[in-house]
Design a protein around this ligand. Structure first.
Ligand code: BES
Ligand code: MN
Ligand code: ZN
Length: 503
């Protein structure tokens, strides 16, 4: 999808459709929309009356477009103006984009609604991102072309309401398109099945990213992981025919101020989680192809970093493995020696995420980052606690927790704080080894974090449990059923906060 900013007035935009947002309320048509109504001799008012359109959220009404350079007009409801925010705008424009897609429309002009609650740059960013995300088609393996949403919408003109907005709209559009690029990469990776997306393929995708500006990538295979003593990652991967991969990414812009912070992102990259010898039940096990959602979010975020080039140094670490049962698989009761020297009793082979993350966190720590944040589809317990409403945020560093909460709010990827303290660490003490990998069932998200904290000691660290967020079973305005791409915007926002001196 190509976005261009225009400010010559809606009626001059040459496109198959003009998309115009309308609020509910007494005087629904205002500003540029009211001008377009006069220009078209009341076509908008008539269409609204005819279709009983009142501007409610996501409501649609089609109209003709006389005396303009466009073929038709699509009105979309923005809801009440006093409760208007970026989410409402994104949902509206996503809905409009899907409607255009259904009709095979290739070119559209969008009047970008600018308000006090959603200023120009943010509005353009939201519109561009939402339209691109809404048109995403996860049916990549269908052979019947009729069954695939054709990517029809190719060109979108973002039309300014007033002069003087062009610069802000251009900046917002650039950010929106970049974020969408990253999110779509992440969705593709999470949607891809595990027979295709193996740890080695994940590594290849990471290497492809290194073509981007300021990105470098190194991958360690099983031999190097063994030399480095990464017993957690190797232990989890030993039941699989697919070799483990430890992926190292680095983003460093060309002109980086000396004072710029160095931060690390760490991701769980289990390309399929059968549970191992502690095998999962059959129902919905196919969902476990999404168990590399944390890793995918990091790859998406690095893509965005390479495009937007914020002034911050970012390291990325992904521990990738396939968790399989088999003659060589790790067994319940086995003891693993981790990279940091600690020993872990594997009392449940299905608690594999924390084992691979432990080594990755320790590795990241050796690079002495100012802070580190990991993302992992780690526990069903977090899903039970928070559902698909927010990712679980666990940290004992108040400053970092606040930075992440603020970044989450700004980015649109919500988080919710869950407890983490000494209690949770105590519950992970082992019987014959230093630690065991599963504690009591209750408070499972926090005890998992308690386990991880032993490997992050000494560096400000936060853990994001994103198990409930990486996938949706319902079609949402900007999230068709499947992978959501959660985490990309959040990671990018965290990096931007660090770049702007919040750390
Ligand atoms: N990948 C799963 C967590 C998960 C479950 C993610 C459902 C998404 C949806 C993780 O590896 C796992 O199996 N966790 C266990 C831990 C338990 C054995 C302590 C869980 O949550 O049941
Ligand atoms: Mn598991
Ligand atoms: Zn898992």
């Amino acid at each position: 999808m190509r976005f261009t900013v225009k400010n010559d007035g809606l009626e001059t935009v040459k496109a198959q459709v003009l998309i115009v947002g309308v609020h509910t309320g007494a005087r629904r048509l205002r500003g540029a929309a009211a001008r377009l109504d006069r220009r078209t001799r009341g076509t908008l008012t008539r269409a609204m009356a005819l279709e009983g359109f009142s501007g409610k959220k996501k409501e649609l009404a089609w109209a003709e477009a006389p005396r303009t350079a466009a073929k038709q007009i699509l009105l979309v409801g923005l809801g009440p103006s006093d409760a208007f925010d970026g989410k409402a705008l994104g949902d509206a424009m996503g809905t409009a984009a899907s409607a255009c897609q259904k009709r095979g429309i290739a070119t559209a002009g969008v009047l970008v609604p600018v308000s006090r609650s959603v200023p120009a740059s943010e509005a353009a960013q939201t519109v561009a991102m939402a339209m691109e995300l809404a048109c995403y088609d996860p049916a990549m393996y269908k052979t019947d072309p009729e069954e695939r949403k054709k990517a029809s919408l190719r060109r979108v003109d973002l039309v300014a309401e007033r002069e003087g907005q062009t610069k802000a709209l251009n900046e917002g559009k650039r950010r929106g398109a970049a974020l969408a690029d990253g999110i779509l990469l992440t969705r593709d990776l999470v949607n891809r099945p595990a027979n295709e997306l193996t740890p080695r393929l994940l590594a290849r995708e990471a290497r492809l990213l290194a073509r981007g500006k300021g990105i470098r990538c190194r991958v360690a295979g099983p031999a190097e992981c063994r030399r480095r003593g990464m017993g957690g990652l190797l232990g989890v991967g030993q039941g699989s025919a697919e070799p483990v991969q430890f992926i190292q990414l680095e983003y460093r812009p060309t002109r980086l101020p000396r004072s710029a912070p160095k931060i690390a992102f760490v991701g769980k990259g289990i390309t399929f989680d059968t549970g191992g010898i502690s095998l999962k039940p059959a129902a919905n096990m196919d969902q476990m192809k999404t168990d590399m959602g944390g890793a995918a979010a990091i790859l998406g975020a690095f893509k965005v970093l390479s495009i937007l080039q914020p002034a911050v140094h970012v390291l990325g670490y992904i521990a990738a493995a396939e968790n399989m049962p088999g003659g060589k698989a790790v067994k319940p009761g086995d003891v693993l020696r981790m990279m940091n020297g600690m020993t872990v009793e594997v009392n449940n082979t299905d608690a594999e995420g924390r084992l691979v993350l432990a080594d990755a966190l320790h590795f990241a720590k050796l690079r002495k980052p100012d802070f580190m944040v990991d993302a992992a589809t780690l526990t069903g317990a977090c899903m039970i606690a928070l559902g698909d409403v927010a990712g679980g945020l666990m940290s004992e560093d108040e400053k970092l927790a606040r930075l992440i909460e603020e970044a989450a709010q700004r980015s649109g990827d919500p988080v919710w704080r869950l407890p983490l303290s000494e209690v949770h660490r105590t519950r992970m003490k082992g019987h014959v080894a230093d630690l065991k990998n599963t504690g009591p069932r209750d408070g499972g998200a926090s005890t998992a974090a308690g386990f991880l904290s032993r490997f992050a000691e000494g560096v400000p660290w936060a853990h994001l449990d994103i198990a409930g967020m990486v996938w949706t079973d319902e079609n949402r305005p900007t999230e068709p059923k499947g992978a959501t791409g959660y985490g990309v915007r959040l990671f990018h926002a965290i990096a931007e906060s660090a770049a702007s001196g919040a750390w």
